[in-house]
Write a protein that binds this ligand. Structure first.
Ligand SMILES: Nc1nc2c(ncn2[C@@H]2O[C@H](COP(=O)(O)OP(=O)(O)OP(=O)(O)O)[C@@H](O)[C@H]2O)c(=O)[nH]1
Ligand SMILES: [Mg+2]
Length: 251
């Protein structure tokens, strides 16, 4: 019956660069069910980061960039001999499983999870593969970071308006507003978006940095210094540019 598995030979060409974008399914509902802080919930963000680190350990990408419920993963080497079905299904299920076990083992959410009256639906993520030319990779990440910024601006504006207005009214007020108009709305509410934490405006990166390790050699009786590339969490990303990718040997 192999001939019926018509998509199993769909492959990413060898030698290409790919980004996997993974996005939480119906996380608006999940954020409501888990009573997440608005617009940003630090515990949720830490779980997203933990999930990214697990991914890093397992699949060794060169960069992971995350904001809101999305995770962008840059892979310089193509796994599963390029098989698209394998990549999409394994990556999405790996992230769903890791994220779920982080949620259910987190004390912050235990009251909700252990409440027999609350039914939390199984958590899932979708996954897509984006094929890029090397020169398009930086542009891709710049675009996602721009999306993070728009998300930040809209999130603050919406939840600030919700203190006074209904859901429909807040949506109506923000409808077709340009970013300078949203800034004004926030200013009127005494919020300067430039004062918000950088990670909320620029997203969070997980990538390797050269770390200095201080050790001790018992044979020579000497302190020794070595350097190792280690995955770190960057809460203060610059605006993405070519220099960032080259300095950190991501590309
Ligand atoms: N309260 C809160 N919600 C968050 C946070 N991060 C992500 N979310 C929620 O996640 C949603 C992500 O947006 P989308 O991916 O467009 O919406 P979705 O409901 O997941 O819909 P699909 O991805 O199409 O299934 C946001 O609308 C928020 O509701 C957070 O830190 N706090
Ligand atoms: Mg989503």
């Amino acid at each position: 019956m192999k001939e019926y598995e018509i998509f199993s030979n769909l492959k990413v060409p060898c030698g290409s660069k790919i980004v996997i974008r993974i996005d939480g399914r119906n996380f608006s509902q999940l954020s409501h069910d888990l009573k997440l802080e608005k617009p940003y919930d630090l515990e949720f963000v830490k779980i997203m980061i933990n999930t990214c680190h697990e991914f890093f350990k397992e699949f060794s990408p060169s960069l992971i960039y995350t904001f809101s419920d999305e995770i962008n993963i840059l892979l310089n080497e193509i796994p599963f001999r390029g098989r698209l079905e394998k990549m999409d299904s394994i990556f999405a299920s790996f992230v769903s499983g890791t994220f779920t076990s982080n949620i259910i083992n987190n004390e912050e959410f235990s009251e909700i999870i252990e409440n027999p009256k609350i039914y939390l639906k199984p958590i899932s993520f979708d996954s897509r593969v984006i094929l890029l030319n090397p020169e398009e990779t930086v542009t891709y990440f710049k675009n996602r970071q721009n999306e993070a910024w728009i998300n930040c601006l809209n999130g603050y504006a919406y939840w600030t308006l919700r203190r006074e207005y209904s859901k429909d009214e807040a949506v109506q007020i923000l409808y077709k507003k340009k970013s300078n108009q949203i800034h004004e709305i926030l200013f009127e509410q005494d919020i300067n978006i430039a004062d918000t934490p950088l990670w909320q405006r620029r997203g969070i990166g997980i990538y390797r940095k050269k770390i200095v390790i201080h050790g001790y050699n018992p044979i020579t009786n000497e302190n020794v210094i070595s350097k190792r590339w280690k995955p770190i969490t960057d809460w203060e990303l610059p605006v993405f540019n070519e220099e960032f990718f080259h300095l950190n040997q991501i590309l």
